[in-house]
Design a protein around this ligand. Structure first.
Ligand code: FMN
Length: 405
């Protein structure tokens, strides 16, 4: 199965049980898979494992207090709740499950769980009688019914000497369960082609025309599509990012190279997502030698580059085609105009005039338009936004496949 943990943000809750020591191994292993981990311990967990170990292994301060004046704006619980792509509690005590089932929030961990929209996974660990107690079973059933994923417990010999159900699942199994939470089959069996990054157009051997695109959004879309079960090809302009290991990556430099690669790869593609910021113009001439400085003004003649999106959209048997629009004004009007002019199935528009969003930044917001509708995806880290966008693309693709335009 694809390693879907890379670049994910995981809040690991550790509560007060003997298995708390396994939280150290779990922290290490989640990080090994490329995710970021922030550990939240209950007060009781301190009796079983020291926070320094978890701090060293996670590379982040360990948090416990709800009332922490050093946390961001004194609102650490909200900040953590928003930050998380998933929350996993391992080990989860009978007590913590009881609190969660009843909506109590008297410490940081339980408050984060209430305040987050991220999926919650729970790995119970306790004495078999505690696990089998009617109250615990009722709490587990309630949590399950509300969409909380219960991992385990396993059966076997327990720390207290008894034998029965209540052992925490092994770390390997917890990692599998967490990984599976980020994988879905929304695009299973489909071929997705994504373009990402800027293109570069040479002026002479050392200078070029380009733009501020980092490729982050396109790479995140490629990853999210692979996590949704698609066979993904990513055609990328110059970028410092590494492509997900299950994605086939083709590196290009210029718009014309990107256009050629797209037309080569298009056959059999079900969905084409054009997230690259293709340089609209290139210099009509490319100096063989470095242009020398002079006192006179220098005029560059620019010629238009191929319009990759419009070319794909104009094909008789074209894939479901999604374009991007970076706008600095009148976002909805301009995006709808682009949707019609280019004849694409969907446009994802972002307002690049907003501070700390869009090009180069880690966060973005998107307004997505299609002929019969629109949806706003509010500002979020690009990876999260990419997953929401891919889910929307899958939804529209399947609706479109049933009722083609
Ligand atoms: C030595 C010892 C071991 C314990 N082991 C567990 C356990 O494995 N699972 C559990 O649910 N509670 C266990 N408890 C009880 C919890 O620590 C206790 O219910 C505590 O209030 C849980 O707090 P928390 O849910 O905030 O972490 C243990 C208590 C002691 C003294």
């Amino acid at each position: 199965m694809i390693n879907a943990l890379r670049q994910k943000r995981i809040v690991l809750g550790i509560s007060g049980g003997v298995a708390a020591y396994k939280g150290a191994e779990l922290t290490r292993r989640i990080r090994e898979r490329g995710a970021r981990v922030r550990v939240v311990m209950t007060r009781a967990a301190y009796q079983f494992i020291g926070p320094l170990t978890l701090q060293a292994l996670s590379g982040q301060p360990v948090r416990t207090d709800l009332f922490d004046v050093n946390a961001e704006a004194g609102m650490g619980h909200i900040e953590l709740a928003r930050w998380a792509d998933a929350v996993i509690i391992a080990p989860a005590s009978a007590d913590v499950m009881g609190k969660l089932a009843h909506g109590l929030a008297d410490d940081l961990l339980t408050t984060v769980c209430l305040a987050t929209s991220a999926p919650l996974l729970i790995a119970p660990a306790m004495n078999q009688q505690m696990w089998l107690a009617a109250a615990t079973q009722a709490n587990v059933a309630l949590l399950r019914q509300r969409g909380v994923e219960i991992l385990g417990p396993a059966s076997g010999e327990q720390a207290c000497g008894e034998v029965g159900p209540g052992r925490m699942l092994e770390v390997d199994r917890l990692i599998e369960g967490l990984n599976a939470r980020f994988v879905n089959d929304a695009l299973a069996g489909l071929k997705v082609l994504v373009t990402a990054g800027p293109t570069r157009e040479a002026i002479d051997p050392v200078r070029y025309l380009s733009n501020r695109s980092s490729g982050k959004m396109g790479y995140a879309i490629a990853r999210a599509s692979a996590e949704a079960g698609a066979a993904v090809t990513l055609i990328s302009g110059p970028s410092n990012l590494t492509a997900p290991e299950t994605v086939r990556c083709i590196a290009v430099t210029t718009a014309r190279e990107m256009a050629e690669a797209v037309s080569r790869e298009l056959d059999g593609t079900n969905i084409f997502i054009a997230a690259a910021a293709v340089t609209d113009y290139r210099s009509a001439t490319v100096g063989e030698q470095k242009l020398k400085r002079g006192d006179e003004p220098l005029t560059l003649t620019l010629v238009p580059n191929p319009d990759i999106l419009a070319t794909v959209a104009a094909q008789a048997r074209r894939p479901f085609t999604v374009g991007f629009a970076a706008e600095t004004e009148q976002l909805a009007v301009n995006a709808r105009a682009k949707l019609e002019k280019k004849g694409v199935d969907m446009i994802a528009a972002n307002d690049v005039s907003l501070p700390a969003q869009g090009f180069e930044s880690d966060d973005n917001n998107l307004s997505v338009f299609w002929p019969q509708g629109e949806r706003i995806l509010p500002c979020a880290p690009k990876e999260k936004l990419a997953r929401q966008l891919v889910a929307l693309i899958a939804e529209r693709y399947h609706a479109h496949a049933r009722h083609p335009a």
